[in-house]
Design a protein around this ligand. Sequence first.
Ligand code: ZN
Length: 117
Amino acid sequence: MHERSLVQDLLRQVERLMCEHGARRLLKVSVSAGEFSGVEPELLRIAFEDLAPSSAARGAVLELVEVPLEARCGNCDHLFRVRRFQFQCPQCRGREVVVVRGEGLVLESVTLEYDEP
Ligand SMILES: [Zn+2]
């Protein structure tokens, strides 16, 4: 299952962050899943609920934001939403477009809890 390995990667990133910041507990993790990432939000949640309890993220809340596919035109620099996989700039009709958002799964933020000083 694709989502399962994504969650494993995500948990590794979270554990590294917690270690770097000396955090005791993870309260919340926010991730964005791109429209074009092939991620099934429901399967991602199931994988998280399955894997998180045996990781440093146990008890944490998963916040999942779905983001649309956006691209930037290499010709006129126009930023636009890609619809129906039309990779063409709506402004200048250029086809040299670069996807800037909406691919893959991105760790956006974490909410950490620290030990009392
Ligand atoms: Zn353009």
